[in-house]
Ligand binder design. Structure first.
Ligand code: G3P
Length: 218
């Protein structure tokens, strides 16, 4: 399973990239706003740190304007992935961009019908939002299972299922059990993945016993 980090914070990206865990980065207009920085500067900086796909989202909602913005974003670096919303114009832009070889991440997916459309439009990634579905009382993970099943029925579909709106480690593990291709994870949730109380208490016991030996290594 590929791990992307869902943030526009350079310090977090730099820190996580050094662990070797990061396969890519996703941003969205809210995350860019939270960073307080210019989108072009942020995306350029991220692309210089992470060689994998870096999603940069268009803000336009109309086809021609989306393509204009996509051209600006694409010019930043070869690993920029254009993120478009799952709308008729967004999918038309997805088709045009993917035809010319640009990676496209179709975002704001909340149904398997939408995911099927994105695949047919040539999306490199489909981003179903599990947390936001859970928020309204629907099971976000059921959607992931449905999309994976549907895509697996058609080997010609190359679109990767990118699980978004992940809020906790359980979301990640459930998505991995289903076989989703990618998870985009907030930095705080990635850091949670390391933790287990038995690891902490086990290490404390080992260190205490080691101290009793009076030994050093090397
Ligand atoms: O980047 C899209 C998605 O991951 C947003 O998550 O937590 O705002 O629903 P969230």
């Amino acid at each position: 399973m590929k791990f992307f980090v869902d943030t526009a914070e350079i310090a977090d990206i730099r820190d996580l990239a050094a662990t070797g865990l990061l396969d890519g980065v996703t941003t969205n207009p809210s995350l860019i706003a939270k960073s307080g920085r210019n989108i072009l500067d942020v995306i350029a900086e991220i692309c210089a740190i992470v060689p994998g796909p870096v999603s940069a989202e268009v803000a336009a909602t109309e086809y021609a304007a989306m393509l204009k913005e996509a051209a600006v974003l694409k010019a930043i670096a070869p690993n920029v992935t254009i993120k478009v919303p799952l709308t008729p114009d967004g999918l038309k832009a997805c088709y045009a961009l993917s035809q010319e070889g640009t990676m496209v991440n179709v975002t704001l997916c909340f149904s398997s019908a939408q995911a099927l459309l994105a695949a047919k439009a040539g999306a490199s990634f489909i981003s179903p939002f599990v947390g936001r579905l859970d928020d309204i009382g629907q099971n976000g993970m059921d959607l992931i299972a449905d999309i994976v099943q549907i895509y697996n029925n058609y080997p010609a579909i190359r679109t990767e299922v990118l699980v978004a709106s992940i809020r906790n480690p359980i979301h990640l593990i459930e998505a991995a059990k289903i076989g989703a291709d990618v998870a985009t994870i907030p930095p705080s949730v990635i850091r949670q993945l390391y933790n287990h109380p038995l690891t902490s208490s086990g290490l404390a016991a080992f260190l205490a016993d080691w101290a009793k030996t009076g030994q050093t290594i090397g």
